[in-house]
Design a protein around this ligand. Structure first.
Ligand code: MN
Length: 325
């Protein structure tokens, strides 16, 4: 048995043994985090267990079509006592939402290479394109066949975390898993349409403003844009945040690193960093207290927005200049 087999066996034992579970992902969750959490919710409920799913963030409503979404709580429900907490897609305990304090046995399932291994059981697989792939492996050949709801949530996790099967971690295994999920009832067209083809008109207008003021530096290798508080106010608030935009900026010809800043309140906001691969943006984000993957990372705003933005840009420029000499 390799370490993956023993971690999967230990996690299956814990899911069978305990009765009440807290299921957490990272703050401002993405599709991998929410999809993996909801797949776990469906499985635990089918096993007759009680589970509370905690997730919070301004763009959470973008995931409202996923089965089980209505059961998501912004923080641990009053009086809920969990014997175990399952954390997915969360590189460190600091990345958990403020309202999700782990209880009982902490199970940490993640694919970020820099995961701090904060759980009692840690299953970290940096080769997985999405935590959704890991949850698929956890459920595969175990107790009961995949339900259509589980399959849909896991397909969505894989779809979004691979950038629609474009990113470098997309493997033959990814497609095998996607095929098995479609066989089990996931609907690729419905899921992709509900997420990618339902953009609020104000989000499109906000993107227009960002694009009109993009800055290019270092011979076009660095591009950055920003959404200030004033811009959010004009276009309907932080729930209009364009989740795809940072990745789209990376697609500009010649760009190696793209940074999208956003300021949601005084001293509140963050930066999304994307790289084509030659610059490790998780190292850039780590300098500012954040983290992520080498090609997609982020960090939170700390202190004064303009000063912090300059610190992020200074780190990004330094890493680009190091990579390109
Ligand atoms: Mn992920």
């Amino acid at each position: 048995m390799d370490s993956t087999d023993s971690a999967v066996a230990a996690i299956r034992r814990a899911l069978e043994q305990f009765h009440t579970f807290l299921v957490c992902g990272h703050e401002e969750p993405d599709g991998d985090s929410i999809g993996s959490q909801l797949a776990l919710l469906h499985r635990l409920e089918r096993m007759g267990k009680k589970a509370a799913v905690v997730a919070e963030g301004p763009t959470l409503g973008n995931y409202r079509f996923l089965p089980g979404f209505a059961k998501i709580c912004p923080s641990t429900p009053e009086g809920f006592e969990a014997q175990a907490t399952v954390c997915v897609d969360t590189a460190s305990a600091e990345r958990l939402p403020r309202g999700a304090v782990p209880q009982g046995l902490v199970i940490n399932i993640d694919h970020h290479a820099g995961n701090s291994r904060f759980g009692a059981i840690n299953w970290i697989d940096p080769e997985a394109a999405a935590v959704g792939e890991q949850i698929f492996a956890l459920f595969d050949n175990w107790a009961m066949p995949l339900s259509p709801e589980e399959a849909g949530c896991l397909y969505f996790a894989v779809l979004t975390d691979t950038g629609s099967f474009q990113y470098s971690k997309t493997s033959a295994r990814t497609f095998e898993i996607a095929a098995a999920l479609v066989e089990a009832g996931a609907d690729p067209y419905a899921l992709a349409s509900a997420y990618y083809c339902d953009i609020h008109p104000d989000t499109v207008r906000l993107v227009g403003e960002v694009l009109a003021h993009l800055r290019f530096e270092l011979e076009g290798r660095l591009v950055w844009g920003e959404i200030t508080r004033e811009m959010y106010e004009r276009f309907g608030g932080p729930e209009r945040h364009p989740e795809q935009l940072a990745s789209q900026l990376r697609a500009i010809r010649g760009v190696e690193v793209a940074v999208l800043f956003h300021e949601t309140g005084p001293g509140d906001g963050g930066a999304s960093l994307r790289s084509r691969g030659r610059v490790d943006v998780s190292a850039v984000a780590a300098e500012l207290g954040g983290g992520g993957h080498p090609s997609a990372a982020g960090c939170r705003l700390r202190g004064d927005y303009a000063l912090w933005r300059e610190r992020v840009l200074e780190a990004a420029r330094r890493h680009i200049e190091k990579a390109f000499g």
